[in-house]
Design a protein around this ligand. Structure first.
Ligand code: XIL
Length: 327
């Protein structure tokens, strides 16, 4: 039997995986999850459009199954995600006449969504991505022009954390984003998180999505981000959505993964994890965004990608062996 990933990184950080519901109910795949991982994230099933498709109509059937599965198998759950500009139904943002919702109405809906969801899983979801992708470094003030921002201004961010904390005082609350290695974006996230902390807003961590590719960004840039964020007292870091595209440009496509690319991918994954291990008291969870290559969200972009540790036939790739090999 091949070594368990979670076992290999014991003493450093939890190793997680994002899975769609079909994996949970597939016995072979569920077994693979339990063998290699000690943290799970629902890939889509805890997003607002899944949990509250219509106002006041919550559907927890799938989300409940994730939490139950985790408890039965000794895994933890990362809840993803409470506040986002995407996969959030439009009813949040309009009133009953179809006009833009008022501040008061939208805040009420936000509070109700967060308290209902976080409250339901109190003590059972150990970390929440409370706010996802709120920074846009192209804006002078750094805030993405989402409907949340347009109607509420930046205060929606702190409100979300405060309400999540009220609903579950023991849950670790995260701000989560992508491209956190871009210096301008890194700075805006740093400023946001630092100011939230200084105001006493309950935030406990930053999630680095880490959707990287075979050559970008430099591992040193990921390290720079970890170093900077870890200077904020009381902030830990989760790598929340790790995958490594084998493509760097449009038009590239491999029908099968070339050996040299597979080798490069392995070295790069190894370099990343060797770096992450230096931050074992700071980086506490590293979650892959998918179990096997054919399940990767990157395939939704019209070409097959090979970003994960296991291939479509359940075989461990060189990337896996690079991570579990001794020095
Ligand atoms: C993706 C899912 O993987 C896809 O299945 C879905 O179609 C779109 O969302 N950043 C995030 C994740 O925070 O929620 C996204 O997940 C990937 C990018």
């Amino acid at each position: 039997e091949i070594p368990s990933l979670a076992e290999m990184f014991k003493g450093y950080f939890k190793i997680g995986v994002a899975i769609p519901f079909k994996v949970l109910i597939n016995p072979v795949e569920a077994k693979m999850v339990v063998k290699h991982f000690n943290s799970i994230t629902s890939e889509n099933e805890m997003k607002p459009e899944s949990l509250q498709p219509r106002e006041g109509e919550f559907d927890f059937s799938k989300a409940d199954a994730y939490v139950k599965f985790a408890e039965e198998n000794g895994l933890v759950v990362r809840g993803h995600t409470l506040v986002w500009h995407s996969q959030t139904p439009n009813w949040f943002f309009v009133d009953k006449d179809g006009k833009p919702a008022s501040k008061e109405l939208l805040l009420k809906r936000l509070e109700n969504h967060i308290k209902t969801v976080v409250g339901r899983y109190k003590g059972r979801v150990y970390a929440w991505d409370v706010v996802n992708e709120a920074i846009d470094e192209a804006q002078p003030d750094g805030f993405r022009r989402s409907k949340w921002f347009e109607i509420l201004g930046p205060e929606y961010i702190e409100k979300a954390f405060i309400w999540a904390h009220e609903a579950d005082p023991n849950a670790k609350l995260f701000y989560n984003d992508y491209n956190t290695e871009i210096p301008a974006k890194r700075e805006f996230i740093y400023k946001l998180v630092k100011s939230l902390k200084e105001k006493g807003v309950p935030i406990h961590g930053v999630g680095l999505q880490c959707h990287i590719n075979i050559s970008w960004p430099e591992i040193e840039e990921i390290e720079n981000t970890i170093k900077l964020f870890s200077t904020i007292p009381g902030i830990e870091i989760h790598i929340t959505e790790l995958d490594m595209s084998v493509y760097t440009q449009a038009g590239e496509e491999y029908k099968t993964l070339p050996r040299d690319v597979a080798v490069r991918q392995g070295y790069r994954y190894r370099k990343l994890f060797d770096m992450l291990k230096k931050y074992k008291n700071v980086v506490t969870n590293v979650t892959f965004w998918g179990l096997k290559d054919d399940y990767s969200w990157l395939n939704q972009r019209g070409r097959f990608n090979y970003p994960l540790l296991f291939d479509k036939d359940y075989q461990a790739k060189l990337a896996y062996w690079a991570l579990v090999s001794p020095n």
